[in-house]
Design a binder for this molecule. Structure first.
Ligand code: ASP
Length: 292
C-alpha cells in the first residue's frame, strides 16, 4: 500500500537536439521535487502541484514563463489539476498575469467552482494570493523572436507540443494529475486547449489511474483522451493501458504522448512523436528519463 510514484512530462514532439538536455534535466528536477513531497508523506495532489511549479518556472517549456505567444504576441496560460481521491478538480484558462497557473488551479479545486477563464481568473488569482506577475514577465526573448520570425506556420504549430504535466501516487494509494500549458504557438486569442479540461488533458481516479497528456489539444478534447486513458490503465495496468491509449489517437491521426500511473503505482510514458520529455521515479521504479 505504501508504494509511492512520481512521473512528469515536458512535451512530446521533434524536440530539437540542442534542447533535449534542458528538457530532460527540467523533468528530472520536477520529478525530484514531487518525489520529495511523497517521501515525506505528502499527498499525490501536493506532489503534482510541486512538480508542475518547477516545470512552469523553467522557461525551457511551454508553460508559465517562456510559453509560446498567441497571434497577438501574448502569453495565455491554461492549467488543470485533479484529485483521484474524490474527483475534485480545479482549472484556469487563458490567464495572462498568473505566474503559476497550477497554483491557481489548485486553489480553484478547493473552491466551489472548477474552471475560471480570462480576466476573471486573473482577478481571482490576485484576490486569493496566487502567484501573479506582469504579462511582460511571462514573455521571453526566445519566444518573441520565434513569433516575430513566424517560424511556425499553422501546420508546424500542430506538431510542436511542449506542455508539462505530472501524475503521482502517494503512500495512502491516492492518485492525482496536473497539466499546464501555454497552448499552441500563434493560437487565436482565447483559444483553450485540452490541458485545463477534465477528461481531455488530465484525469485522476484512485480506482482507475491518473493521466496527463501532451499533443494536439483539439483532437484530445474530441477524443476525451485522458479519461479514456485512465480507464484503460485501470483495466490493463499502466504499461499496457498507455499503449492502448496511444492507439486511440489513430482515429484522428493525432500526435502526442501521455504519462500514466495506475492504482498499484506502476507508471508509464508513451508517445507517437519523434521524442518525449519525461521523468519517472517510484519506490519500486528507479529514475528513468528522456529524451536521451
Ligand atoms: N495540448 C496542448 C494544447 O493543445 C499543447 C501541448 O501539448 O503542447 O494546448
Amino acid at each position: 500500500m505504501d508504494r509511492i510514484t512520481m512521473a512528469v512530462h515536458g512535451g512530446a514532439y521533434d524536440i530539437p537536439l540542442d534542447a533535449r538536455d534542458a528538457h530532460r534535466r527540467g523533468c528530472e528536477a520536477a520529478v525530484a521535487a514531487g518525489y520529495a513531497v511523497l517521501e515525506r508523506g505528502g499527498s499525490a495532489l501536493e506532489a503534482v502541484e510541486a512538480a508542475v511549479i518547477v516545470l512552469e518556472d523553467d522557461p525551457t517549456f511551454d508553460a508559465g514563463r517562456g510559453s509560446f505567444l498567441n497571434e497577438d504576441g501574448m502569453v495565455e496560460l491554461d492549467a488543470g489539476i485533479m484529485d483521484g481521491r474524490n474527483l475534485d478538480a480545479g482549472a484556469c484558462a487563458a490567464v495572462q498575469e498568473v505566474r503559476n497557473p497550477i497554483v491557481l488551479a489548485r486553489m480553484l479545486l478547493e473552491s466551489d467552482h472548477v474552471l475560471l477563464v480570462g480576466a476573471g481568473a486573473d482577478r481571482y488569482a490576485r484576490d486569493h494570493g496566487a502567484p501573479v506577475c506582469d504579462q511582460a514577465w511571462l514573455v521571453t526573448d526566445r519566444e518573441r523572436e520565434r513569433w516575430s520570425s513566424a517560424q511556425l506556420g499553422p501546420t508546424a504549430a500542430r506538431r510542436w507540443f511542449d506542455t508539462v504535466g505530472a501524475v503521482a501516487r502517494d503512500r495512502g494509494g491516492n492518485l492525482a494529475a496536473g497539466t499546464s500549458t501555454g497552448g499552441m504557438p500563434s493560437k487565436p486569442r482565447g483559444r483553450v486547449g485540452d490541458a485545463p479540461l477534465v477528461g481531455a488533458g488530465l484525469y485522476a481516479d484512485d480506482t482507475q489511474g491518473a493521466v496527463s497528456v501532451t499533443g494536439w489539444g483539439e483532437a484530445f478534447i474530441r477524443l476525451v483522451w485522458a479519461h479514456r486513458a485512465a480507464l484503460l490503465a485501470g483495466a490493463h495496468g499502466a504499461e499496457d493501458g498507455a499503449v492502448r491509449a496511444l492507439a486511440i489517437l489513430e482515429r484522428l491521426d493525432a500526435r502526442g504522448g501521455l504519462i500514466v500511473v495506475d492504482p498499484d503505482g506502476t507508471a508509464s510514458c508513451r508517445w507517437n512523436t519523434p521524442a518525449m520529455a519525461f521523468a519517472i521515479r517510484g519506490s519500486d521504479q528507479p529514475l528513468t528519463s528522456g529524451p536521451a
